[in-house]
Design a protein around this ligand. Structure first.
Ligand code: TXA
Ligand code: MG
Length: 349
C-alpha cells in the first residue's frame, strides 16, 4: 500500500487535507496523526474491522486494548455506561489534554477495540489537528502510538514513516509533538482512581482535583506475580535495539563509572551511546553522547526521550549507558519509560 503523507501547518490547518483523511477513516482505513503527547495511528473505533487493521499494521498483541480519541464530551456519553462524579471533575480540569480515563464501556464499542475487555480507555487530545480530524470525520478514533509494537513511540512524522510507511493509508505531518511521552491513564471503574500508566499529568495534579489517587501495584515492581492492569504495560516496550543499562547513584560516581565502562566496551570494538543530561554532558569523554535535557526542567527530558532512543537505533549503537532521574512529579513517567526501555536493567554505583 502507498502511504500518502500530507504536511499540515498547525496554526492554519488546511481543511481539504483533513477532509481527505476523514474519507479514509470513514471507509475503514488508517491515518496517523499528531497529538500533544506522541503520534497516534488512527482508525474507526466503533468498526471492529477497522480497528483490527491497527493491530496488524503495528504487530500488536490482540489483548492490548486501544484508546478511543474523542473531540467533545457528548461522544463520551455515547460510549460508556455512566460517567461518575470523579470523571466529570477530572475531565473538566484536564481535557483536552494528556489524560486517558478508563470507564465501563457500553455495547456500541466492539470488544475488538478494547482487547476483549468490558472497559474502554478514552481521551480528548489537546492537539488541534487531532480534534479537527475527529470532529470533521465524525469518527471516534481508536489510536495507539504510531510505532511498530515494542519500538519507542513516535514524536515526529518521520518516526511514523520509519515504522509504518507502506502499511497504513496516510500520515498527517503536524511537526514535532509538544510533550513527547504518552498520556497518563487513570482507571475510574472503582471508587479510588488508580493510575495505570504514569504520564504528563502527575499523581499530585490528579490528587489536587479528586483527593486520593493510587498507583497500580503492577507498575511499581517488575514482579511477575503482580500483573499491571493496563495490558500494554506488561510488554517490554519503548525498547531501543541496543542493550541499555542505567546507573544510579551520586552523579559524579555515575559519570565516572559510565566513562570507565564505555572505554572498556569501545576497546572491545563496540559502539556505545550515552544518555547525558545538560548538567553532566561535559564530563563524558567517550562514545556517542546525547543530551536528553536538563534536570532543572523535566519537560525537556520527556520531550527528547524517545527521539534519543530512536537516534541510537539509527546510529546502530551496541550498548547504551544512561543516568537515572528523580522519580517524583513528571520524573515518575520519565523513569517508567526509561526503565522499560532498559528492560529494568539498573545498577547502583
Ligand atoms: O498519549 C497517548 O495516550 C497516545 C496518543 C496517541 O493518544 N496513545 C497511546 O496508546 O499511548 P497506546 O496504545 O500506545 O497505549 C495505550 C495503553 C496500553 O498500555 C493499553 O494496554 C492501555 O492503554 N489500555 C487501553 N485500554 C485499556 C483498558 N480498557 N483498561 C486498561 N488499560 C487499557
Ligand atoms: Mg504505545
Amino acid at each position: 500500500m502507498d502511504t500518502i503523507i500530507r504536511k499540515l501547518d498547525v496554526n492554519k490547518i488546511d481543511s481539504d487535507i483533513i477532509d481527505e483523511a476523514s474519507e479514509i477513516l470513514k471507509r475503514g482505513g488508517m491515518v496517523a496523526f499528531p497529538t500533544e503527547t506522541v503520534y497516534g495511528l488512527g482508525a474507526d473505533a466503533l468498526d471492529e474491522t477497522a480497528s483490527a487493521k491497527i493491530y496488524k499494521a503495528k504487530g500488536r498483541p490482540s489483548d492490548n486494548p486501544l484508546i478511543v480519541h474523542i473531540s467533545n464530551k457528548n461522544q463520551l456519553y455515547r460510549i460508556v455506561e455512566s460517567v461518575p462524579e470523579t470523571a466529570e471533575k477530572l475531565i473538566n480540569k484536564f481535557w483536552p489534554g494528556p489524560m486517558t480515563i478508563i470507564l465501563k464501556k457500553n455495547d456500541i464499542v466492539p470488544k475488538g477495540t478494547t482487547g476483549g475487555l468490558d472497559t474502554v480507555a478514552i481521551r480528548m487530545p489537546g492537539h488541534q489537528v487531532a480534534l479537527e480530524l475527529i470532529e470533521r470525520s465524525g469518527v471516534l478514533i481508536a489510536a495507539p502510538s504510531a510505532n511498530i509494537s515494542g519500538r519507542p513511540s513516535p514524536t515526529t512524522a518521520q518516526h511514523v514513516k520509519e515504522d509504518l510507511s507502506g502499511r497504513i493509508d496516510m500520515i498527517l505531518d503536524g511537526g514535532e509533538v509538544g510533550i513527547g511521552i504518552e498520556s497518563t491513564i487513570v482507571d475510574l471503574t472503582d471508587d479510588v482512581p488508580v493510575i495505570l500508566r504514569p504520564g504528563y499529568i502527575t499523581k499530585e495534579m490528579l490528587e489536587n482535583v479528586v483527593g486520593r489517587v493510587d498507583i497500580d501495584k503492577g507498575l511499581i515492581v517488575p514482579d511477575e506475580s503482580i500483573k499491571p492492569k493496563a495490558p500494554g504495560m506488561k510488554y517490554r516496550h519503548y525498547a531501543p535495539k541496543a542493550d541499555f543499562t542505567m546507573f544510579n547513584g551520586n552523579m559524579e560516581d555515575v559519570v565516572n563509572h559510565i566513562n570507565e565502562e564505555a572505554v572498556k566496551r569501545i576497546n572491545e570494538g563496540k559502539s556505545v551511546g550515552i544518555i547525558a543530561s545538560e548538567e553532566t554532558k561535559d564530563m563524558y569523554k567517550y562514545g556517542n553522547i546525547q543530551v536528553i535535557g536538563t534536570r532543572l526542567d523535566e519537560d525537556t527530558i520527556a520531550h527528547n526521550l524517545y527521539g534519543i532512543l530512536r537516534g541510537f537505533d539509527a546510529a546502530d549503537v551496541d550498548i547504551i549507558y544512561g543516568e537515572t532521574f528523580e522519580k517524583s512529579g513528571l520524573g515518575q513517567a520519565i523513569m517508567n519509560r526509561l526503565q522499560k526501555a532498559a528492560g529494568y536493567h539498573i545498577e547502583d554505583v
